[in-house]
Write a protein that binds this ligand. Structure first.
Ligand code: SAM
Ligand code: SF4
Length: 335
């Protein structure tokens, strides 16, 4: 039996988020600058390397894989990778294979994803207004994403919308987005904007909208019940009694979730980040590339990295300046 991954604070690590590309067909204002420079191809893990990497984590006890990016569905041949993970689901070693996507390519891929064993998908959508959507994503077009959402639901995928809470941008859509999700039986999670990367345009669209305030606004119209559900991450859930809907709040800036953290993040270049909010990482790509015939050095590098997982992050918005800022972009680490 292989020993499971347990970090120094006795937290079992069974959730791996994998960024499969730093590229994207959108340029969301809080995520990227308009003229992003992307990594040269040779820096990226190949699809075969991604398979080897993820399969090693599964062997070490990872039960949930979330594929993200950048936009995972713009990576060439990415369905080959999804299909290669199906064997771990069929063997009962992987409980869940899922992805976070901007939805632009779902019309094309929803059926294939379902066939590969994906059952749930997180789709990022901050506004239902076409003009505002084009403004916040710069290159995205709302009707294309809407067709993607339709295709996902038709394919049988459970959809959750992730919306970044932006003061003065989607504040006025709080109820319309909530009602739209309820009418389509879609779950909804609000995310606090995080200080990631140099995006060169801060405060141009929207600002930090505290989820406590968002929740208070929701409470003006709905009866809110806290749910005990925890996923090991920064999300907290409530139910709106009038609609029966589940709403999530992701508040990474508050320190209330680190004690149950069960996850690590692999970048598209094979660095393992043990905490989204810290710079410390481990180079797993060398362990993999330098030893094509054996996974033992990779396993050892993973265990060594997990032994360095910190207790928590240092983001802090409580002062005027944004402290605890992390220099890399969300599209690099994978949101
Ligand atoms: N392209 C895919 C998408 O947009 O869903 C996956 C990658 S994206 C980096 C993952 C999530 O991170 C998205 O929901 C996005 O809204 C969120 N995100 C990006 N930059 C963020 C930031 N600075 N603060 C909070 N959330 C952010
Ligand atoms: Fe692309 Fe997702 Fe970042 Fe938007 S949030 S630019 S869709 S990676």
């Amino acid at each position: 039996m292989t020993a499971p991954l347990i970090d120094p604070f006795a937290r079992p690590i069974d959730y791996l988020r994998v960024s499969v590309t730093d590229r994207c067909d959108f340029r969301c204002v809080y995520c990227m600058s308009e003229n992003m420079t992307f990594l040269p191809k040779k820096e990226l893990l190949t699809l075969e390397e991604l398979d080897r990497m993820c399969s090693t984590f599964v062997r070490l006890g990872v039960q949930k894989l979330r594929i993200t990016g950048g936009e995972p569905l713009v990576r060439r041949d990415i369905m080959t990778f999804f299909r290669s993970m199906t064997r771990h689901i069929e063997a009962g070693d992987l409980r869940e294979l899922t992805l976070t996507t901007n939805g632009s390519q779902l019309e094309r891929f929803a059926d294939d994803l379902f066939a590969a064993g994906v059952r749930r998908v997180n789709i990022s959508l901050d506004t239902l207004d076409e003009k505002k959507f084009a403004d916040v994503t710069r290159w995205g077009r709302l009707p294309q994403v809407m067709r993607g959402i339709d295709a996902a639901q038709r394919a049988g995928l459970r959809v959750k919308i992730n919306a970044v809470a932006l003061k003065g941008f989607n504040e006025e859509e709080l109820f319309s987005i909530t009602e739209w999700c309820a009418s389509r039986d879609i779950d909804l999670t609000w995310i606090e904007v995080m200080p990631m990367g140099d995006i060169g345009n801060e405060d141009r669209i929207g600002q930090y909208w505290k989820l406590d305030d968002l929740r208070a606004q929701l409470a003006e119209r709905y009866t809110i019940t806290d749910l005990p559900e925890r996923t090991g991450g920064p999300a907290r859930y409530v139910r709106l009694e009038e609609t029966g809907q589940k709403i999530g709040f992701i508040t990474p800036l508050t320190h209330n979730f680190c004690e149950s953290c069960n996850r690590v993040r692999l970048t598209c270049t094979g660095e393992l980040f043990m905490c989204l909010g810290q710079e410390d990482n481990a180079d797993l790509r060398s362990a993999l590339r330098n030893h094509p015939a054996s996974d033992a050095p990779l396993e050892e590098a993973i265990r060594e990295a997990i032994s360095r997982k910190p207790k928590g992050h240092d983001f802090d918005y409580s002062r005027q300046t944004v402290d605890g800022r992390v220099s890399r972009h969300m599209s690099h680490t994978g949101g």
